[in-house]
Design a protein around this ligand. Sequence first.
Ligand code: ATP
Length: 590
Amino acid sequence: MTDDPGHYDDLAARHVSIRRVLRLFAPYRARIGTVVALMILASAIGLAGPFLLRAIIDIALPQQDLSLLAWLAGGMIAAALASAGIGALQVVLSARIGQAILHDLRVRLYAHLQTLSLRFFTGTRTGEVQSRIAGDIAGLQSLMTETANELGRSLSAVAMTAVAIVILDWRLALFVLLIVPVTVLISARVARLREALTFRQQARAADMSAAVEETLSAAGIILSRTMGRGPWLTQRFARISRDLAQLEVRSHTAGEWQWSLIGFALATLPALTLLAGGLLMQTGTPASIGTLVAMIALQEQLLWPFEQLLEVARDARKTRALFARVFEYLDKPVEITERADPVTISRSDMRGAVELDHVSFAYAGQCVRAVDDVTLTIPAGSHVAIVGPTGSGKTTLGYLLARLYDVEAGAIRFDGVDLRDLGFATLSQMLGVVSQEPYLLNASVAENLRFACPEATGAQMIAAAKVAQIHDHIAALPEGYDTLVGEGGFRFSGGEKQRLALARTILRDPPILLLDEATSALDTRTERAMSQALDALAKGRTTITIAHRLSTIRDAEMIVVMRRGRMVETGTHAALAAKGGIYAGLLASA
Ligand SMILES: Nc1ncnc2c1ncn2[C@@H]1O[C@H](COP(=O)(O)OP(=O)(O)OP(=O)(O)O)[C@@H](O)[C@H]1O
């Protein structure tokens, strides 16, 4: 889809405008002003050279005035020195501005992606996100800093030189400047060609980073080894890499012969100028030899920045392709938003009552509701278990409780407040989640625990780990709490990861605990020990357990049975078992 040029044009038109790009520069107005002033100064000083040259040829040399010659030559050296010094200063300053702007953009994009709902992340490849934050912004970085630099420097040089050429001899100037529109036209064509290619190239680069991310991770390697698909994956990677290489070559070489034409046209200018100078000799007001030499020197001075300017225009279009990809993500709507004046509740005032009021939800593009008209009141401090066959909507219900998605109809309330009215901080303080596949950051055990509660003391951390029955294991490791957990927690077993995740949630001390199959990876002994710990922990807390293993939830005050998104049975274990319905069937098949 991203390869379709029509798609690209539409995307770029929707997200990128000059105004929007300029807004990124706005906070750095003063510094940009300084750089522009330096550029103008450098080009103005640079211009003195040809005029000094003319004076040497037309006055100092014919008159054999050595002292004037020394002054004029010294002036030429001083001008070259000053413009080189100012040029260097201006490069440093503009590099700093460019980096600052891109840093802002990168952080804005990261912060924006942090606020997007789970829907975005379940529908997007991780490698794609990474490629936009890292790859596209890095591309912009080199393009923009160089482009902005060149633009300023070349533009002022070209403008100044053009003025100087006109002052020298307007007739020759007219002749020289005639070539400008032709080259600009050719260059615009090449730029258009390369812009679309850049977009495709970045999309391929994202494919590549997604492929690496997906398959060169611990989980990816396990999958490819156990399925014997390593060679196939390598072939797939080779295909993406070859595509990328070809696009890379095309985007660098597209329109190359047109580009050479520009170079040729500019290279013929000195010869044509001399020819024109010769023709002017026939008129009543010929150009002096000094003027002709100075004119050619100025042209030399003009050609390089002019070529640079054309290249800048070409690269500027490439940046449009990169901006399109970055802005597309920046424009993704935030679905889960915090109200302007959210309700906040202090920890001591939280009770932990949960109420589901005719809650319904369907995943995007699905006509069947994953949760369908669920109404349930969970009193503060009670233990409710949610069971049901696979795919019945239990995990989805958990997502709704954590407001990872918003309900489509109905409402969920904690302590009588609609989740959509609660402040984000209050919500995450109220509900602690231990999910089916706990995720650990690739950091030390202590850092993982402190992620939940940065101000936790060592003693608090140990206490939480003890409750989660993981302290002895951590303490026995050579590096104890400083042990690195590995990518995704691979250093630890499934059961250990679950217990670490539990310890992490315990540290937050939430009044409502949501355990989604949280004890599924534990052996029976550890599970029994942990369930005692959880019982102790559950005192004064509301506990909602999403369970497959019915043995773990026999003591729940209420068991809710779900089927195809609907709540079909509720009651205690004894009552439901005696009733002989779905729950009894699940028990029988367990
Ligand atoms: N991101 C998603 N997009 C579309 N459909 C989804 C998505 N996630 C889950 N579903 C569908 O929603 C339904 C409910 O899924 P859910 O994960 O809530 O079931 P579950 O009861 O937790 O199952 P299990 O016990 O197997 O974990 C399923 O039919 C599932 O295929």
